[in-house]
Design a protein around this ligand. Structure first.
Ligand SMILES: [Zn+2]
Ligand SMILES: [Zn+2]
Length: 225
């Protein structure tokens, strides 16, 4: 299990930074969200050796500008784009003209071992992603606007959550994270410092240019490469 962090507001040298989220899961050829600025996204993809034509799936968590801004530049006829079903019809049409669109509304396995939570939340609808690994679920969130509790409840029906990466927005119910082996707060996570202080062994600071990789079959400790 490997995750390359492509877009956030801090990065290592040579990588562009900005407000937004994008990650790439190379084993699945899956791009999760696209940041907002396509120039920054493409630059950072290039540094990781990722070209748009290599991407087989794009998973869009929600329609906020900082998660879909780079999308038009990574579309190609061979890519499947998993969109929250409630996203604007005009946007669906535009994307559908350049790629295959799949609308996601409820929890399901989108491809072997890879699940969407389906749309959660009332005002801001958002889907999260879970990847089943030998050790448990690896969960990826965009902003977690619906709140982490419903995201956890949805995925706990299919497995035990072991790793959580993403924006956790206004999350503050710290005990929920007890039992996780890996926590990587990104982007809009307001409680980052409290999470680091409460779970110092489990929490990692990732910046753009970082690869998060599982080091062994038994050991869920992630390492920075
Ligand atoms: Zn958002
Ligand atoms: Zn955001």
């Amino acid at each position: 299990m490997k995750l390359q962090l492509l877009y956030d507001d801090e990065g290592v040298g040579g990588y562009g930074t900005g407000w937004g989220v994008s990650c790439y899961l190379p084993e699945l050829k899956l791009l999760f969200d696209t940041g907002w600025d396509s120039t920054i996204l493409l630059n950072n993809m290039g540094k990781f050796g990722i070209t748009p034509d290599k991407i087989e799936r794009i998973f869009i968590s929600h329609s906020h500008w900082d998660h879909i801004g780079g999308l038009s530049e990574v579309l190609h006829p061979g890519v499947t784009v998993h969109l929250p079903a409630s996203i604007s019809e005009h946007l669906k049409e535009e994307i559908n003209a350049r790629a295959e669109v799949v609308e996601e509304s409820s929890r399901r396995e989108i491809t072997g071992g890879v699940w969407t939570s389906g749309e959660l939340g009332e005002e801001i609808k958002e889907q999260s992603l879970a990847v089943k690994t030998g050790s448990g679920l690896f969960v990826l969130t965009g902003c977690a606007h619906p709140g982490l509790p419903p995201i956890f409840q949805t995925f706990e029906k299919i497995g035990k959550i072991k790793a959580l990466v993403g924006g956790f927005h206004d999350f503050s119910k710290l005990p929920l994270l007890r039992g996780l082996e890996v926590i990587v707060p990104l982007h809009c996570t307001e409680a980052s410092e409290e999470i680091f202080a409460t779970y110092p062994e489990q929490t990692f600071r990732a910046v753009v240019g970082t690869t998060i990789a599982k080091t062994g079959e038994e050991d869920w400790r992630l390492s920075w490469i």
